[in-house]
Design a protein around this ligand. Structure first.
Ligand code: ATP
Ligand code: MG
Length: 396
């Protein structure tokens, strides 16, 4: 019975001169999400309103589910469209709408009319009053409540007339592509996919880098990260995932540096390499899943020492979150089940029993000098192993 959706967007509505760019990005992302749905659709965009029109049979649930992945959408309103054939016809259409959508008529309601076409012969107040009267005549059990109605009957008078009363919440945020690009350090854990989701939700396009350490980490661990990237790409659009072989660097650090500093030095090399790949790929920042105090390498002191090697800004959207909150988010966005699969990630292999929790930058730098002989060659070799995989939700 619904043949179209009105797409509402809150935040991007207030962007002044840039508004056009945001709307354009939103329309692009909506079209991209609809490609995954059965059926043919047309997206129209005029006067600050975006409509998705179904041109063929379509699967309502599937379409709504996919629209719910488009950042920038604040709500999705399934609408019934009718032709403007005079007020009598409109009143009949509205009564029909109420009849079909609300089995139990013991409801309070309000009619809210928006008249985009100012040549309509009645003003909005008059339309509200008359339509309200028509609904009351048809269903005497219903009553008007202008302050907190149970049902808000929205009527938009444009070239066609649109009727809706349901608003399905969208994911909010801003459309991907409206805010530059950043490089996500994506591991197989719970945190980094959520971090990627959160930054993408602010309109940032995401590339990703994964460091693996074969044979210490398995192909299954790598596949798990690819699957996580795919789950993030459901919201963020196609993700260019760089897989980097980190084994020799890890072994070299293990050989040359105190074992309790291994993790922190390793993290510094990950950040350095990620930054180089980021710069080559026009990313303007790095993203990690770090959160203060979660593990030894995420104390404030450790974060400061890790951060010191980067000049790009590092976005850490989970920095103030408790683990439980991160878990809840990951369940909601659909990454949790994959994240908790047990395959080794490269950090857990060489982990010391008592890693430093308050590393001193001076000491870490001094120990990194032990690596002088070979590290630049090894970093270059690691960069040369870059295997770039384009990951999409619709194509695993
Ligand atoms: P996550 O749950 O994201 O794995 P974590 O709690 O295990 O995080 P760490 O292992 O300290 O934390 O890693 C901190 C961050 O460093 C991760 O959130 C991720 O952004 C990045 N990172 C860690 N290991 C890797 C890896 N093998 N490849 C790419 N990035 C990594
Ligand atoms: Mg991890």
């Amino acid at each position: 019975m619904f043949t179209a959706f009105l797409i509402k967007y809150a935040e991007i509505g207030v962007k002044g001169k840039n508004r056009y760019l945001f709307e354009e990005a939103l329309v692009r992302q909506i079209k991209y999400a609809l490609k995954r749905c059965e059926g043919e659709f047309k997206v129209t965009w005029r006067d600050g309103r975006i409509y998705v029109h179904a041109l063929s049979e379509f699967d309502y649930e599937e379409t709504v589910d996919n629209l719910k992945t488009v950042f920038g959408i604040s709500s999705i309103c399934p609408v019934v469209q009718t032709q403007d054939e005079g007020f009598e016809k409109l009143a009949r259409d509205l009564v029909n709408y109420v009849d079909r959508h609300y089995e139990d008529k013991n409801l309070t309601f309000k009619v809210h009319t928006r008249r985009a076409r100012k040549n309509y012969p009645m003003n909005s107040m008059e339309v509200n009053r008359e339509l309200g009267g028509a609904v009351l005549d048809a269903f005497p059990q219903m009553s008007v409540d202008v302050h907190t109605p149970q049902v808000m009957l929205n009527v938009e008078i444009r070239e066609k007339i649109y009727i809706y009363s349901t608003e399905i919440p969208g994911p909010g945020g801003m459309p991907v592509g409206s805010n530059g690009k950043a490089m996500l350090l994506l591991s197989g854990g719970i945190d980094s996919p959520v971090a990627g989701y959160m930054i993408a939700r602010r309109g940032v396009k995401i590339d990703a880098v994964y460091f693996h350490a074969p044979p210490y980490t398995s192909d299954r661990a790598r596949d798990k990260v690819i699957d996580l990237a795919r789950r993030v790409s459901r919201y963020a659009g196609p993700v260019y995932l760089h897989v980097i072989n980190f084994t020799d660097i890890q072994l070299y650090i293990y050989e040359k540096c105190p074992h309790e500093e291994l993790t922190i030095i390793m993290r510094r090399y990950m950040m350095r390499i990620a930054e180089r790949i980021a710069v080559e790929n026009e990313c303007l920042g790095l993203i990690t899943g770090e959160s203060i105090g979660q593990v030894a390498s995420q104390t404030v002191q450790s974060l400061a020492v890790t951060n010191e090697v980067c000049s790009l800004p590092v976005f850490r959207p989970l920095i103030g979150f408790d683990k439980m909150e991160i878990v809840e988010l990951s369940e909601r966005i659909g990454t949790y089940e994959t994240s908790i699969l047990p395959y080794e990630d490269c950090c857990t292999i060489f982990v010391a029993e008592h890693p430093v929790t308050k590393p001193s930058l001076k000491i870490i730098r001094r120990h990194e000098q032990n690596l002088e002989e070979k590290i630049n060659t090894l970093v270059q070799k690691a960069l040369d192993t870059d295997e770039m995989i384009i990951v999409r939700w619709d194509r695993p």
